[in-house]
Design a binder for this molecule. Structure first.
Ligand SMILES: Nc1nc2[nH]c(O)nc2c(=O)[nH]1
Length: 402
């Protein structure tokens, strides 16, 4: 997806009746009437905290105000009252659960929930509360907040869950203090399914480009920091896309799966989106079996969809990376052997017997800890032997401090 030039972006936003971009307004007003005098963020490996000063005086002068034909409404940041330990954005958005959210500022991510264009930002108010900003003036504010709270799985508290995980697993206990706030999202099932069809045998950059292409077929909602945002296309819209079109756009063999899956869903009595949503009410095995009837959905993709969109909190995606984790920490007796389909159940069972009904959330933390992009959050004693060797090797060559 092309990035627009800033001037084009601002006039496009005016046409779309959007507020000017919110990244770091000098003063932003939150629901708690906390005014936040922002200055610059200082982002470095050592200082990962936004450099805000927070005061309790209310402010109106720099609150963003916009008007539409029917209404005048104040656009402002609203807090979610979720501490950093419950939701840390950099450990939740760019970690392989969704490819639709973009980083639009330091500690700020922007994306779409239902038809709402929203930015989320971590505040420096002590607890690291998360605030959100609803961009479109015509959007229904109550629906947007409810949809966001649902998407963030806010009803599930990480605090108690992580205490229990740490008590039963020493690797989890080592990692937890450094990766707190890594939360599992509750995505729209159609959106999640199509994203994970793009993800098979793929890297994050290419998955993101494919997901951007698919997203661009949906209704345009606005542009923030040069990124265009769209509602996710409906199955009706997706079913108009041809395999050739997707192949030309670089989807390779996944083109066939996306077209086939859109068609299979379209043929479900009662509607494909409704059929997928109904899998939330089944047990995990039934859901996985149903998902596996769709073209391109294997056990790993099915488990990702089940965990990230269907409320199956003990679904365990298994691939070669997760196999490495499992044989290192959970089933060391299988270390050195190759992952075969019969091992999938063994790995899932090992996770569930250690972590219980939220085992998928534990898997997510262990998975994130292996991502090279997240290593900066971890002290070197948490690195695997392989990472330590590679850091030493690189530091010897380049003089970098790992
Ligand atoms: N938490 C996880 N996220 C993932 N993304 C992806 O592609 N695979 C995984 C996974 O195994 N766990």
């Amino acid at each position: 997806m092309k990035r627009q030039r800033p001037t084009a972006q601002i006039s496009a936003m005016k046409r779309q009746n959007l507020a000017t971009p919110p990244p770091t307004p000098k003063t932003i007003e939150t629901k708690k009437s906390i005014s936040i005098s922002s200055s610059s963020f200082k982002k470095s490996k050592r200082n990962l905290t936004p450099n805000f000063s927070v005061s309790l005086k209310s402010s109106t002068n720099e609150t963003l105000i916009t008007s539409t034909e029917n209404q005048t409404r104040t656009l402002k940041w609203e807090t979610l009252n979720l501490a950093k330990s419950e939701l840390f954005l950099p450990l939740t958005f760019p970690t392989g659960q969704t490819f639709r959210w973009k980083q639009t500022g330091p500690f700020q991510y922007t994306g779409v929930v239902k038809n709402h264009l929203l930015s989320l930002k971590q505040l420096d108010d002590g607890d690291g509360d998360v605030a959100y900003f609803l961009h479109r003036t015509t959007a229904d504010e109550f629906d947007a907040r409810a949809a966001l709270v649902d998407f963030l799985n806010v009803d599930i508290s990480l605090g108690d869950m992580w205490k229990a995980f740490s008590a039963s697993d020493s690797r989890f206990a080592d990692l937890a203090p450094h990766l707190s706030g890594a939360r599992v999202l509750r995505q729209d099932p159609v959106e999640c399914l199509i994203q994970f069809l793009c993800s098979s045998n793929n890297n994050i950059g290419r998955i993101t480009r494919m997901v951007d292409f698919i997203s661009s077929l949906g209704n345009y909602l606005g542009t923030v920091e040069g990124f265009g945002f769209h509602e996710f296309p409906s199955l009706e819209r997706l079913s108009l896309v041809s395999e050739e079109e997707l192949r030309e756009a670089g989807f390779g063999y996944r083109a066939k799966y996306i077209v086939g899956t859109a068609k299979a869903l379209q043929s479900k009595p009662g509607g494909g989106a409704e059929w997928l949503a109904s899998l939330r009410g089944l047990d995990l095995h039934e859901s996985i079996d149903a998902l596996s009837t769709l073209p391109g959905v294997g056990p790993k993709v099915a488990a990702c969809i089940a965990l990230f969109s269907l409320d199956h909190h003990h679904a365990i995606p298994v691939d070669t990376h997760v196999w490495q984790i499992a044989t290192r920490y959970l089933i060391p007796e299988l270390a050195g052997t190759r992952l075969t389909p019969k091992h999938f159940t063994r790995v899932a069972e090992a996770f569930v017997s250690k972590f219980g009904k939220y085992a998928g959330w534990a898997q997510t933390l262990l998975f994130i800890a292996e991502l090279p992009s997240q290593r900066a959050f971890l002290p070197s004693h948490c690195w695997t032997a392989k990472e330590t060797r590679s850091a030493k090797h690189n530091s010897g060559k380049t003089g970098e401090d790992p």
